[in-house]
Design a protein around this ligand. Structure first.
Ligand SMILES: Nc1ncnc2c1ncn2[C@@H]1O[C@H](COP(=O)(O)OP(=O)(O)OP(=O)(O)O)[C@@H](O)[C@H]1O
Ligand SMILES: [Mg+2]
Length: 368
């Protein structure tokens, strides 16, 4: 039996005659994993959830659920429940009745409803709150009621549309932890939407990075952080230094007028590329020892590290996270390992990108 629960094949979405909102989107969602749709406002995250839930129809393309085409299946016939950003709880019903609502509509037996609601509330640590009014619950507690209301229906997939954005930072961290824990305990598929990259990195088994109605890259948090496919992903996920360069040959790249050893290969000779180096991968050294030389432009103490910016001879700004200090106006050197250099090709498709990365690991295996 296939492990895929949801599949999009070349899905395009256009509302009326407006510009295309989703453009030829294809992906597979596996059972029992935590997925995150990550991208800036308006990129199409909620639209993907609405297509999965059946609240809107694809303009072209196919949507499958458990290998069955569901394009025309109405929302109430899909094994999916949604937790909305504003929770959409019923303010005139108490906690118990909010959670019981869907079961009552299904005309389930009273004793069964009581047992199921009790179990769902215990899952989200709200046992004993059954009789409370919604307006007497805190933001985090309301959030948990909304989740209990989704899981009580025992759906195969839960969709969560920015469910934490209304919470303050501390509660948000706590709920991130709780949601992840809940998903593991339930073992069902969660599809979570956020525009917060830290949240996505912390919570997900797999992230889809979306921009302008297209999936830019999909992969584990580590894959996406370590090997961004393009400038958008590198910029959106974590902080990055991005400069233009040239791939001289395999394992040798040129930028800021110098050649550096790197671990990338499989590109054309002298192909123009973009280089990403993460701020934490740059080490401060003396001017002479540096592989690059910069003039320190700013310095901020961030608690764990200093955040330093320096300008190189070409006018590129380099952001450095370091436990070492540097003074504004100083000329300093920067050092980095070959593995810290990430080379990105212009307009590379995700398929070609994956093939190229696979060829590196094969190369490593051959060397041993
Ligand atoms: N019912 C609709 N009719 C017309 N256009 C719509 C409709 N719903 C969404 N859109 C448009 O589709 C695009 C994608 O919207 P969507 O809600 O999917 O974005 P999003 O990624 O969820 O953004 P946000 O982070 O702001 O919630 C936007 O340009 C939006 O204006
Ligand atoms: Mg949205």
């Amino acid at each position: 039996m296939s492990n895929t629960i949801i599949q999009f094949k070349n899905v395009t979405k256009q509302y009326d005659s407006d510009p295309t909102v989703l453009n030829d989107v294809s992906f597979e969602i596996e059972k029992g994993k935590f997925y995150t749709l990550l991208g800036p406002s308006g990129c199409g995250k909620t639209t993907i959830l609405r297509l999965i839930a059946g609240f809107t129809e694809a303009t072209t393309g196919e949507i499958y659920f458990n290998d069955k085409r569901i394009n025309q299946v109405p929302a109430n016939k899909r094994q999916v429940n949604t937790v909305f950003q504003d929770y959409a709880l019923f303010p005139h019903l108490n906690v118990f009745e909010n959670v019981a609502f869907g079961l009552r509509i299904k005309k389930m037996k009273k004793t069964d409803i009581e047992a199921k609601v009790k179990e769902a509330l215990s899952f989200v640590n709200l046992s004993g709150y059954e009789a409370r009014e919604i307006k007497e619950m805190s933001g985090g507690q309301r959030q948990r009621v909304a989740i209990a209301r989704a899981i009580v229906n025992e759906p195969e997939v839960i969709l969560l549309d920015e469910p934490l954005s209304a919470l303050d930072l501390k509660l948000r961290y706590q709920m991130q932890y709780e949601l992840r824990d809940l998903q593991k305990r339930l073992g069902i598929t969660f599809i979570f939407v956020t525009h917060d990259q830290e949240e996505a990195l912390a919570m997900s088994d797999e992230i889809f990075v979306i921009n302008k109605g297209k999936i830019q890259q999909s992969g584990t948090p580590n894959d996406i952080y370590d090997e961004p496919i393009n400038r958008f992903v590198a910029d959106f996920i974590g902080e990055s230094n991005i400069v233009k360069g040239t791939m001289t040959r395999d394992y040798l790249v040129e930028f800021v007028g110098k050649r550096f050893e790197c671990v990338d290969m499989g590109m054309n000779t002298n192909e123009p590329v973009e280089i990403v180096i993460r701020p934490e991968d740059l080490e401060i050294t003396s001017f002479d020892e540096g592989m690059l030389q910069v003039n320190v432009h700013s310095q901020l103490f961030r608690g764990v590290h200093y955040e330093i910016t320096g300008i190189d001879q070409d006018g590129n700004e380099w952001l450095v996270h370091s436990t070492k200090k540097a003074n504004v106006g100083d000329n300093i050197g920067l050092k980095f390992a070959p593995e810290a250099i990430h080379v990105m090709r212009f307009n590379e498709t995700e398929e070609d990108f994956d093939k190229r990365l696979d060829s590196y690991t094969e190369g490593d295996a051959n060397e041993q």
